[in-house]
Ligand binder design. Structure first.
Ligand SMILES: Cc1cc2nc3c(=O)[nH]c(=O)nc-3n(C[C@H](O)[C@H](O)[C@H](O)COP(=O)(O)OP(=O)(O)OC[C@H]3O[C@@H](n4cnc5c(N)ncnc54)[C@H](O)[C@@H]3O)c2cc1C
Length: 385
């Protein structure tokens, strides 16, 4: 495929990640799902292979690579077929640490980023609150200055890795109302007053831990501030580009896997003496979905290429890719489940299991409505909304 930043070296990396996914994740997926947890040692194993800092500066233990490697990392991890584990690992390397890499002091990078890249310390990103997630600029958790410390008070919800994290990259209010009052700090989870108030039960991604967190006058040093006070909203919005690319790539890989499995079944399974794949109604439905799936792949790869080059259109491209990924996954996975007949309702079927949480993929890192807002704001004439 002709993308300027693509090169053959990416494929060598793909092979390595594929082996990791097929050897370390896939054989354990059923067990971890049943237990509702994947072991912490997975972070260490991924760190040992250099998977937790691929775009980060080698000075901090990263590999200094481009966004194509991120896409390949995600595509191959999804082959492990335990998306709970995949989300846990990706939150660590793409969501909770990228702002420390981009804006943290060298002291914070040494203390928190370096061990996170090695998989020795587990990270979570705490933005969403019980009062809302889409409107980040209205968050309510406060960090009040007291001498050389901040004192944090508030609640976070739906936080991936939240119950097992060693530290939270935490969005707090240090100033007045609105986006300009938001800052990012690092909150160690052994600080007094920090509590995992609940591990939340989910209908999918069973092996990832998703927690509600409580901060009751948690005291952290002011030096744990990431970058400048009041710049947190801007940092979060910038970091969202990488997170959204990750989700688009995840949907691309998930849909491709589900589609391949379904097409195999449709070719084998006979109804009224003929394979399902010979029925025109199914041929047309699958032709439509395959066309949309190629569109998703192209949107995702265009976004990866533009983010690698830092072109300004990257934000629109990545929003389009994420929107297409979330919306297509919902239709494609449900249609594929339907093609499997009764098997599409059975726990043992991967396709069936994927139908369970499929509506959720439009929620994380900005909902589909938020993606449409971004696209419309950039591409529609102003004043039209
Ligand atoms: C499995 C999982 C893992 C998660 N992990 C994390 C994590 O690690 N860290 C973290 O901070 N958060 C995490 N989240 C939270 C996630 O980011 C939020 O759920 C998301 O941002 C939406 O926020 P909300 O749930 O409060 O919905 P709300 O913001 O209350 O939105 C509710 C509905 O209103 C719609 N809406 C919002 N704005 C508009 C608009 N302008 N126009 C039209 N409709 C609109 C939304 O699209 C949505 O359909 C996770 C969520 C899940 C489900």
């Amino acid at each position: 495929m002709a993308f300027p930043n693509w090169n053959a070296e990416h494929e060598v990396f793909r092979e390595m990640v594929r082996r990791f996914a097929l050897e370390e994740i896939r054989p354990n997926a059923d067990k971890w799902r049943a237990e509702g947890y994947f072991p912490d040692e997975m972070f260490r194993k991924a760190g040992d292979l250099g998977l937790l800092g691929i775009r980060f500066d080698p000075k901090w233990g990263g590999s200094g690579l481009d966004y194509w490697y991120t896409v390949i990392l995600v595509e191959e991890l999804v082959r492990g077929r335990d998306l709970g584990c995949v989300v846990g690992l990706l939150v660590q390397c793409e969501m909770a640490t990228s702002v420390i890499h981009a804006h943290g002091s060298d002291a914070l990078r040494s203390e928190w980023l370096v061990p996170a890249i090695r998989g020795e310390r587990i990270a979570a990103l705490g933005v969403t609150e019980p009062s809302g997630g889409s409107d980040v600029g209205s968050l309510q958790t406060t960090a009040t200055v007291d001498g050389d410390d901040y004192v944090i008070r508030g609640k976070k919800i739906f936080i991936s890795n939240g119950a097992r994290a060693d530290f939270i990259t935490l969005a707090v209010r240090t100033g007045g109302p609105g986006p300009g009052g938001v800052s990012l700090v690092i909150c160690p989870t052994d600080a007094e007053g920090f509590e995992v108030s609940k591990r939340l039960k989910k209908i999918d991604l069973e092996s990832s831990d998703t927690a509600e967190l409580f901060f009751d006058d948690v005291r952290i040093p002011r030096s744990n501030l990431i970058g400048a006070e009041g710049a947190g909203f801007r940092y979060i919005m910038r970091a969202f580009q990488g997170e959204r690319l990750v989700l688009a790539a995840m949907m691309n890989a998930l849909c491709r896997d589900v589609m391949d499995e379904t097409l195999g079944y449709m070719a084998e399974r006979k109804v009224f003496g003929k394979p399902i794949s010979s029925m025109q109604v199914w041929r047309h439905r699958m032709a439509d979905l395959l066309t949309e799936l190629d569109a998703l792949a192209l949107l995702t790869y265009r976004a990866a290429d533009q983010l690698s080059d830092g072109v300004p259109e990257g934000e629109v491209s990545v929003s389009m890719a994420k929107l297409q990924g979330a919306e297509l996954a919902r239709r494609l996975v449900l249609d594929c489940g339907h093609a499997l007949g009764g098997y599409g309702f059975m726990e043992e079927s991967y396709v069936a299991r994927c139908t369970r949480g499929v509506q959720n993929w439009g929620i994380g890192a900005g909902t589909s409505e938020v993606m449409r807002e971004i696209i419309a704001k950039r591409l529609l004439p102003s004043g039209s909304a």
